[in-house]
Design a binder for this molecule. Structure first.
Ligand SMILES: *Cc1c(COP(=O)(O)O)cnc(C)c1O
Length: 421
């Protein structure tokens, strides 16, 4: 396990500097996070260094937000060059980067256009993108279809759509909702399918439903992939009833699952999808990509964002998309995802009853364990590898796409040791 010992153990001084910063953090920051006790200062590729000088293998990638890893030269240069040209202008005017970025996105998601071209709206985060998607669906039913009475939005038990009042209202996990009532009660939470013929959610969709929102793979909820064929049945039910189908691709989008977007796994095309996390490589951004039919519901003045689509974020996003394309990272995600899944599967054989199931697609992977995953993730961190927890009992791997097989093996070896101890 020598390869997991951080290269640089830090000097007494740097260790004290880090301890000091953590004390300051505890005084000046609101305590809404449960941070690991390290203060990160810099990164390179799949590695990060803390203030104490210790090195970590980062298999969290900023919660799936850094597909190109840290300090990627092309991305850093694109951001620096754009900052010297134009950071922000508002949407009183067009800006070049926003147009070029949208042009790329619609080329990557042509299916959402049907026989036309999909349309893009930019904002700043995943929650905002989901709010925009739901607002668009509402206005579509109300103004375009003349059905102001179709107000119910169905969401799924175990889903996660963000932390604003509206998106917590769509999030089907009590731990995110407790103490914040009254939330926006959009409609019902329906059960996540257990097998391909599970019709419980489908039967809840009627000609009075406005929209259905779901993640094509439930990520925060525990990396749960729907059974094969079920999404197709969901699409059919939405078509039969005129219900808007919203895919929250905030975590599954931008190549994470091994296709550009999660919907392309089984080619079940939503009417609108939301994007954020990986889109600009760690620069805050959000977006929706909508069918032209749906997009007509937003007319000038109906929705807006001051920072949305600003040149800096869009230059970063364009660089991320172009780099993923030119460096062939999507096939790489598929290949490395298979490698990681095989390594994790070996842990199930080694720790029967303790390691239960490998979940996910591409480089959105998890190992479900018997019990709380947080202490395992903590032990792994103490050996210099950063992982995160999904759904309480799942150890999540969402590494940068540039991760190597060797680095994934190092991460799995650290997990192996933690499970064994
Ligand atoms: C992270 C996430 C969000 C929320 O994104 P923010 O940028 O934190 O608002 C929404 N949906 C999914 C599926 C996510 O993974």
């Amino acid at each position: 396990m020598t390869e997991n010992i951080p290269l640089d153990q830090g000097t007494a001084e740097s260790v004290e500097e880090q301890a000091h910063l953590i004390r300051v953090a505890q005084e000046v920051l609101i305590s809404n996070y449960r941070q690991q006790p390290l203060v990160l200062r810099r990164g390179a590729g799949c590695q990060v260094w803390d203030v104490a000088g210790r090195r970590y293998l980062d298999l969290t990638a900023g919660i799936a937000a850094c597909p190109l890893g840290h300090a990627h030269p092309q991305l850093a240069i694109a951001i620096a060059e754009q900052a010297m040209k134009l950071i922000h202008v508002s949407n009183l005017f067009y800006n070049e980067e926003q147009i070029r970025c949208a042009e790329l996105l619609v080329k990557l998601a042509p299916e959402i256009g049907g026989h036309g071209t999909p349309r893009v709206f930019f904002c700043n985060s995943g929650a905002e993108a989901n709010e925009a998607a739901v607002k668009l669906a509402k206005r579509y039913q109300h103004v375009v279809r003349g059905r102001a009475d179709r107000i119910e939005v169905l969401a799924f038990e175990g889903g996660f759509h963000g932390r604003t009042v509206a998106t917590v209202g769509l999030t089907g996990q009590e731990k995110y909702r407790a103490g914040f009532g009254p939330l926006i009660e959009w409609g019902r939470f329906v059960p996540w399918p257990t097998d391909g013929s599970d019709r419980r959610a489908l039967d809840a969709i009627t000609t009075n439903t406005c929209a259905v929102i779901l993640e094509p793979v439930q990520a925060e909820g525990g990396i749960r992939v729907p059974p094969p064929g079920w999404l197709k049945a969901l699409r059919r039910r939405c078509d039969e009833t005129g219900t808007v189908l919203i895919f929250d691709e905030v975590q599954t989008g931008i190549g994470r699952t091994g296709t550009w977007f999660g919907y392309q796994q089984e080619m079940v095309v939503p009417d609108v999808m939301s994007l954020a996390k990986g889109l600009a490589g760690g620069v805050p951004i959000g977006a929706i990509v909508a069918s032209p039919e749906l997009a007509q519901a937003f007319t000038p003045g109906t929705h807006a964002s001051t920072f949305g689509g600003n040149p800096l974020a869009c230059a970063a996003a364009r660089t991320v998309l172009e780099t993923i394309m030119t460096d062939g990272l999507i096939p790489r995600v598929r290949r490395l995802g298979e490698h990681l899944a095989a390594r994790l599967a070996a842990l199930i054989v080694k720790y029967p009853g303790r390691a239960l199931e490998v979940r996910g697609q591409g480089l959105l992977r998890g190992l479900a364990i018997d019990g709380d995953a947080a202490p395992i993730v903590q032990r792994v961190r103490e050996t210099g590898v950063l992982l995160s927890v999904a759904g309480g009992t799942v150890v999540r791997f969402v590494p940068p796409y540039l991760v190597t097989e060797g680095e994934l093996d190092e991460g799995v070896a650290a997990l192996d040791a933690a499970l064994g101890s």
